[in-house]
Design a protein around this ligand. Sequence first.
Ligand SMILES: Cc1cc2nc3c(=O)[nH]c(=O)nc-3n(C[C@H](O)[C@H](O)[C@H](O)COP(=O)(O)O)c2cc1C
Length: 148
Amino acid sequence: MANISIIVGSMLGNAEYVAEACEQTLVELGHQVELHFSPNLTDIEQKNRTWLICTSTHGAGDYPDNIQPFVDQLTASKLNFDHNQFFVIGLGDSNYDTFCYAAKNIKKLMISKGSKELIELLTLDISCDIDPEQASQDWIIKNQDQLS
Ligand SMILES: Cc1cc2nc3c(=O)[nH]c(=O)nc-3n(C[C@H](O)[C@H](O)[C@H](O)COP(=O)(O)O)c2cc1C
């Protein structure tokens, strides 16, 4: 079983609810989980090597304010992420040309740092009639074999 840090990027709370739903499912699957609503690279890097990044997109393809400092730390970091692994859930609205750019960009950033993507990015379109929490939980259960 894995020790998983959930790193949250959220302005209005939607991605936060999704992150909490994911936490519940991951714990039920037997994983140890920590949620980070004000993520700080120094805290997270030393503890867990499996990260779930759960972020919405704001502005015109921008990161939510609470995760921007973490992205800046990660961008500047000289740490070796070869032993780190991650997966990303993005929340967005497909009426924007910049649909889920924050999730797509942090995925690229993680790969550029040497981290390994465990499960292909999930993007959730809130303009569709979906339940983002349920969709994320179903996605984790479907892909649970990638996490052991
Ligand atoms: C001012 C504003 C700008 C937004 N910009 C984008 C965007 O560029 N791309 C996108 O996919 N969604 C965009 N969205 C949609 C949000 O990502 C979506 O509402 C999401 O559910 C918000 O999640 P949060 O409550 O966790 O912040 C925007 C929403 C607002 C209110």
